[in-house]
Design a protein around this ligand. Structure first.
Ligand SMILES: *[C@@H]1O[C@H](CO)[C@@H](O)[C@H](O)[C@H]1NC(C)=O
Ligand SMILES: *[C@@H]1O[C@H](CO)[C@@H](O)[C@H](O)[C@H]1NC(C)=O
Ligand SMILES: *[C@@H]1O[C@H](CO)[C@@H](O)[C@H](O)[C@H]1NC(C)=O
Ligand SMILES: *[C@@H]1O[C@H](CO)[C@@H](O)[C@H](O)[C@H]1NC(C)=O
Ligand SMILES: *[C@@H]1O[C@H](CO)[C@@H](O)[C@H](O)[C@H]1NC(C)=O
Length: 476
């Protein structure tokens, strides 16, 4: 008991140091201590700050009801809860609660194991905000209620960035969790006349087209994002750039199939990422992996409707891209425009290597397996003499059904730089309905099939291209 009191005192002292001592409201939170650390599965303390890849998803996952393995001691890990309503947040869905969240962030971030709590039964509206670290170890941002941005471009403050909403910047060791919802209010952004097919008669008009990514982690490390529902983003739902050590699990991400550019999880320049046990339905890539990513492990993710799991696009404007050591296992992709895709522009340099797609179930998917090195959004992209080198890509146990509008296997590699060491085994893809129109397609693709595929593929080239030694590595 003495420990507990000492702890409370610590929390109080920190709170007074970090928060306006004259504000009586602000003090209330110190009494809202977490009651039990073991009975409540949602308790933030039960989430270990486990950094991938040290934590395989299914094998030795510490169960939330067993606190022992994640409890580092008895003094530093007791949470101090900073309830945003104690900082003046109203949570009625229309009052701007940004200032309260900023104040709660400042206070919670300044104590060890601080918990910023957005409680249930409230709808908090905040405007585009950058929450900066560093924070003390064990920081938790817990959303049990609803957190949302203003509704559409007309309500977006003119002085705010329209490229991002909630940004976490320079944070090390943070957990973002809760049983609540991040509601993106994306509808009016998707309907901007500049968006595909949203102009008159299905056209796309010129005009302002920026739309905010909902949640962005920028230059941060050792992050856990868990349990939340994230939906209806104006643009990407979650974006990680310049991060290292990211564990994402048990998320539910959703927006309509026709919502433009609503990638589920996008990572770039980010290393050591685990994405597990999540369900994503949206209008663009389910997961997209941009340049500068390595050591990414994805398991037990369900995608669809969506545009599948994508590496790329890479090499735009002749840029260098290095992507390596990406594993996708036990995924289920349904009703999607692509299954597992690698896409690069003409030009560019660098390489995509060490990619493994293992045990992917497809259901009614166009382009189940695709490498496209001629990716192009402009009207005419000219072929170029350089390219991002694609090598060591394996497809194993990829089964299910495809949408016959596109061949289920498509390897369109650059003329300038062949793809090498593509391996296929246990690939069995059948038409979801109707009959196959086109056979599998290969262009300048070298590799082997270890078992016969369905449909049969005869277009892979044997061995290696003569120029391989010059192309290997490509500066990565
Ligand atoms: C718990 O706290 C007491 C007193 O601060 C300390 O002596 C003891 O070693 C701590 N136990 C653990 C497991 O950290
Ligand atoms: C896979 O993820 C789903 C959705 O989160 C979850 O219900 C299921 O238990 C997970 N399966 C395994 C084997 O972990
Ligand atoms: C590949 O990434 C995994 C994590 O996904 C990591 O455990 C492994 O060490 C990496 N392999 C190499 C060769 O770096
Ligand atoms: C680029 O090269 C591909 C493969 O050789 C060819 O099919 C395509 O027509 C070329 N595109 C242009 C614009 O030259
Ligand atoms: C081909 O790629 C696999 C991984 O998919 C790798 O284990 C193997 O070493 C590569 N083979 C060559 C000859 O590089």
């Amino acid at each position: 008991m003495a420990d507990l009191r000492g702890l409370l005192l610590m929390c109080v002292v920190f709170t007074f140091l970090s928060f306006n001592p004259g504000n009586v409201e602000g003090r209330k939170h110190i009494h809202k201590k977490q009651k039990s650390r073991s009975s409540n599965a949602e308790s933030p303390i039960s989430l270990s700050p486990a950094y991938p890849p040290a934590t395989p998803p299914n094998s030795n996952d510490p169960t939330p009801t067993d606190p022992t393995p994640t409890d580092p001691g008895n003094s530093t890990s007791e949470p101090c809860v900073f309830d945003v309503t104690s900082f003046g947040a109203v949570g009625d869905g229309s009052t701007d609660d940004t200032a309260a969240f900023m104040a709660a962030w400042k206070a919670a971030c300044a104590v060890e194991s601080g918990v910023l709590l957005a409680p249930s039964d409230h709808v908090f509206l905040i405007t585009s905000t950058i929450l900066s670290g560093p924070c003390k170890p064990g920081f938790v941002f817990q959303v049990d209620g609803v957190l949302m941005p203003p509704d559409g471009p007309d309500n977006w403050p003119k002085s705010d960035s329209d490229k991002q909403w909630l940004v976490f910047y320079r944070v090390d060791g943070m957990t973002f969790t809760g049983r609540g919802t991040i509601e993106g209010n994306g509808q009016k952004w998707w309907e901007l006349p500049c968006k595909p097919h949203r102009g008159p008669h299905g056209t796309s008009l010129p005009g302002p087209c920026n739309s905010p990514a909902l949640i962005r982690f920028f230059m941060s490390s050792n992050l856990v994002v868990s349990g939340l529902r994230i939906q209806n983003s104006p643009q990407f739902h979650m974006k990680f750039d310049g991060c290292e050590g990211v564990l994402i699990e048990k998320l539910s991400i959703s927006s309509p199939a026709l919502s433009p550019n609503t990638d589920g999880i996008h990572i770039e320049n980010t290393k050591s990422v685990g994405i597990y046990n999540s369900i994503i339905a949206n209008g663009d890539d389910c997961i997209s992996i941009g340049p500068g990513c390595s050591d990414v492990d994805i398991e037990n993710v369900t995608c669809g409707p969506s545009h599948g799991i994508s590496i790329g696009s890479l090499g735009v404007h002749n840029s260098q891209a290095c992507v390596s050591n990406i594993t996708v296992r036990n995924a289920f992709i349904r009703n999607s425009d692509n299954g597992v895709r690698i896409k690069t522009w003409q030009g560019g340099m660098g390489s995509v290597s060490g990619i493994s797609f293992d045990s992917i179930q497809m259901e009614n998917v166009r382009n189940c397996i695709i490498i496209d090195q001629y990716y192009c959004l402009a009207k005419a992209c000219l072929n170029q003499t350089s390219a991002v080198f694609v090598t060591d890509v394996s497809y194993k146990n990829i089964k299910g059904t495809y949408d016959v509008r596109s061949p289920p296997i498509h390897f369109a590699c650059s003329d300038a730089v062949a793809c090498t060491n593509i391996t296929l085994s246990e690939v069995e893809l059948l038409p979801a309905a109707g009959e196959l129109v086109d056979d599998p397609f290969c262009w300048n693709a070298y590799g082997t099939q270890e078992t016969l595929t369905i449909p049969p593929i005869s277009c892979l080239l044997d061995g290696e291209p003569q120029s391989i030694s010059e192309t290997a590595n490509f500066g990565c």
